[in-house]
Write a protein that binds this ligand. Structure first.
Ligand SMILES: C[S@@+](CC[C@H](N)C(=O)[O-])C[C@H]1O[C@@H](n2cnc3c(N)ncnc32)[C@H](O)[C@@H]1O
Length: 246
């Protein structure tokens, strides 16, 4: 992405978002699995390595080489209904969860980018998470209303699409105080959910304008550095007195 387009995006969003980081072009960070550019893959691998996770589920895979093959978990399961997708289960996520009996340490939700579907994927995933398990989600911080459109295809082309995934996540921000939730401002917005506690969001989540007006509070938007403070590389240095380290 060129810098002119980045400037336009930043202008349209009131400069509220760190787009350089969001596109994964920011500098390298020290993760538990080594130094890497911050993106959905390095965040997932950081948690797997840090907490010794084994069982990984990816909902929405397309080509395994893009992400799935790069994930360092020892047991990996992939789900995607597209005929040409390289998935272990050639099923929709709903159909997969109906027949699934496995439990997972970490689930990455990146299937159909529509609010209702993402909401169901979150609730179904919570039911098959091992104790201490975590959910990560892609595409939760669309930079413009165009990115947050309902339909992927535009005039026979497929420009970048975050869809309305953010609304499925936002519904949990509004209605479930027994979750810990935030979105890391990197790679189109990487969401994090695990069982815990949160002060629920009380504003409207009906439209993209609601997201644009209250992006930081609605999403609970944090930086990569904040993410690393919450999941520090050297956990021996972790202090319960540090308000950011939970
Ligand atoms: C953005 S791609 C996934 C990319 C991959 N996770 C990565 O990071 O490289 C989204 C995928 O979700 C799949 N998908 C669409 N509807 C789905 C559904 N109901 N359940 C699961 N996957 C779905 C699509 O076929 C598509 O391959």
């Amino acid at each position: 992405m060129n810098s002119g387009f980045l400037k336009t995006l930043n202008k349209r969003s009131g400069g509220a978002i760190g787009f350089r980081d969001q596109m994964g072009t920011h500098g390298r960070y020290q993760f538990s699995h080594g130094k890497a550019v911050a993106n959905r893959i390095s965040l997932v691998n950081h948690l797997i390595s840090l907490y010794g996770f084994h069982n990984y589920l990816e909902i929405g895979v397309r080509r395994k080489a893009d992400m799935h093959d790069k994930i360092i978990a020892s047991v990996k399961v992939s789900v995607d209904p597209a005929e040409d997708a390289e998935a272990d289960f050639n099923l929709t996520s709903d159909a997969f969860f109906q027949q699934n009996t496995q439990m997972f340490d970490l689930i990455f939700i990146d299937g159909l980018h529509l609010g209702e579907q993402v909401y169901r994927d979150i609730r179904n995933s919570l039911n098959v998470l091992k104790p201490g398990g975590m959910i990560l989600l892609h595409d939760l911080n669309p930079p413009t209303e165009f990115h947050a459109r309902e339909v992927y295809e535009v005039d026979g082309k497929y420009p970048a699409w975050n869809g309305t995934s953010w609304q499925g996540y936002a519904r949990c921000r509004v209605e479930d105080p027994e979750l810990e939730m935030y979105v890391v401002d990197v790679d189109w917005g990487v969401g994090y959910i695990r069982r815990g506690r949160q002060k629920c969001y009380s504003g409207s989540i009906a439209s993209y304008a609601d997201l644009e007006k209250n992006r930081v509070e609605l999403l609970n938007l944090i930086t990569v550095k904040d993410f690393l403070r919450r999941h520090p590389v050297n956990r021996l240095e972790w202090s319960p007195l540090d308000p950011l380290a939970r």
